[in-house]
Design a protein around this ligand. Structure first.
Ligand code: G1P
Length: 291
C-alpha cells in the first residue's frame, strides 16, 4: 500500500507559442475560459481530488499566475459589497483550501526538465502532475481514479484517451501490455509524438499523471529527445520497461487550451454549460445560419 498522496505539480512554464500573439505578454494559462483563467480550473481540479499542496512551475513572464491566486485588497475595497466582489470570493476560497507554491524553470528545456524543479518540494513522495494547458471534466474524478490505482499498485499511472489517427503526432502514445481491469492497462511502451506509421495505438497521454519520486533520478539520465527537449515520456518509458507504469482510460472529456481551435471550442463549450449566461446556444445557431 503506497503512502497517501497529497501533492500536485502544475507545469506552466511554456511560452504558449501556438496561441501567439495573445501570449506575447501574458501566460497562456491565464487566458480566460469564459471568465476564469484556464489555470484556475486546473487548481480547482487538484483541490477537488484532495490534493491541496500545489506547486506551480512557472517561468519568465508568468507573474500574473501568482497575482491571480492572491488577495487584491485595493480591488476588493473598490468593489465594496457588490456582486462583483462576490466573484472574487472563489479565489479566496482557493487560497483557504490550498497551499500554493511556486518555482521557476530557468530554461525551457522541456516538460521532463520542468518536472525536475519539483524534486525538493515533493521530497521523496509520489505526486500528481496536471498539465496547465489541459482541462478535464468532470473536475477531479480522473485524478481520484489515478490516485486509487497508484495506492493499490504502488506504481506510476497516467490518464489516457483515444485520439484520431491524424492527431497521434501531438501526444505521447502507448503500447499496451495487457488490460488489468475495466479501463486499466499495464503499459509496455510509450513514445512521444510518433508519426501515424510509428504509433503503436491511438491511446494518448492526456496530461494527468501520478509519478514516483524515482522519476527524478530517471529524468537525470534522460537525454534530449523529441524536439530536442527533455521529455517526461522518455522517463515514463523507463518505468514501463520496469513494469511500473499503468494507464487509466478516464471517463469524461479533455479540453486542450494550448492551441487556437481547441481554445475557442473549449470556451464555447464551457459557456454553453453556464446557466448564468443564457442565450448563447441560440446565438450560435444564428451565427451559423449566416455562414
Ligand atoms: C505533453 C506530453 C505528451 C502528452 C501531452 C498531453 O505534450 O509531452 O506526451 O500527450 O502533453 O497534452 P505537449 O502538449 O506539452 O507538447
Amino acid at each position: 500500500m503506497a503512502q497517501r498522496l497529497k501533492k500536485a505539480v502544475i507545469p506552466a512554464a511554456g511560452f504558449g507559442t501556438r496561441l501567439l500573439p495573445a501570449t506575447k505578454a501574458q501566460p497562456k494559462e491565464m487566458l480566460p475560459i469564459v471568465d476564469r483563467p484556464a489555470i484556475q480550473y486546473v487548481v480547482e481540479e487538484a483541490i477537488a481530488a484532495h490534493l491541496p499542496d500545489i506547486l506551480i512551475i512557472t517561468g519568465k513572464g508568468k507573474h500574473a499566475i501568482e497575482d491571480h491566486f492572491d488577495r487584491n485588497f485595493e480591488l476588493e475595497e473598490e468593489l465594496g459589497k457588490s456582486d462583483k466582489r462576490e466573484a472574487l470570493e472563489e479565489i479566496r476560497e482557493i487560497i483557504r483550501k490550498a497551499r500554493l507554491h511556486y518555482t521557476r524553470q530557468n530554461e525551457l528545456l522541456g516538460l521532463g526538465d520542468a518536472i525536475r524543479y519539483a524534486r525538493d518540494h515533493v521530497d521523496k513522495e509520489s505526486f500528481a502532475v496536471l498539465l496547465g494547458d489541459t482541462l478535464l471534466r468532470p473536475s477531479g474524478s480522473c485524478l481520484k481514479e489515478l490516485v486509487a490505482i497508484h495506492e493499490r499498485t504502488g506504481d506510476a499511472v497516467l490518464a489516457v484517451e483515444e485520439v484520431p489517427a491524424d492527431k497521434v503526432d501531438r501526444y505521447g502514445i502507448l503500447e499496451i501490455e495487457s488490460q488489468t481491469r475495466d479501463r486499466e492497462f499495464k503499459v509496455k511502451r510509450i513514445i512521444e509524438k510518433p508519426s501515424v506509421e510509428e504509433a503503436p495505438s491511438r491511446l494518448a497521454a492526456a496530461g494527468r499523471y501520478i509519478l514516483l519520486p524515482e522519476i527524478f533520478e530517471i529524468l537525470d539520465t534522460v537525454q534530449p529527445g523529441k524536439n530536442n527537449e527533455i521529455q517526461l515520456t522518455d522517463a515514463l518509458q523507463i518505468l514501463a520497461q520496469q513494469g511500473r507504469l499503468h494507464a487509466y482510460q478516464f471517463e469524461g472529456k479533455r479540453y486542450d487550451v494550448g492551441n487556437k481551435t481547441d481554445y475557442v471550442l473549449t470556451t464555447l463549450e464551457y459557456a454553453l454549460d453556464r446557466p448564468d449566461l443564457p442565450g448563447i446556444r441560440e446565438a450560435v445557431h444564428e451565427i451559423l445560419k449566416g455562414k
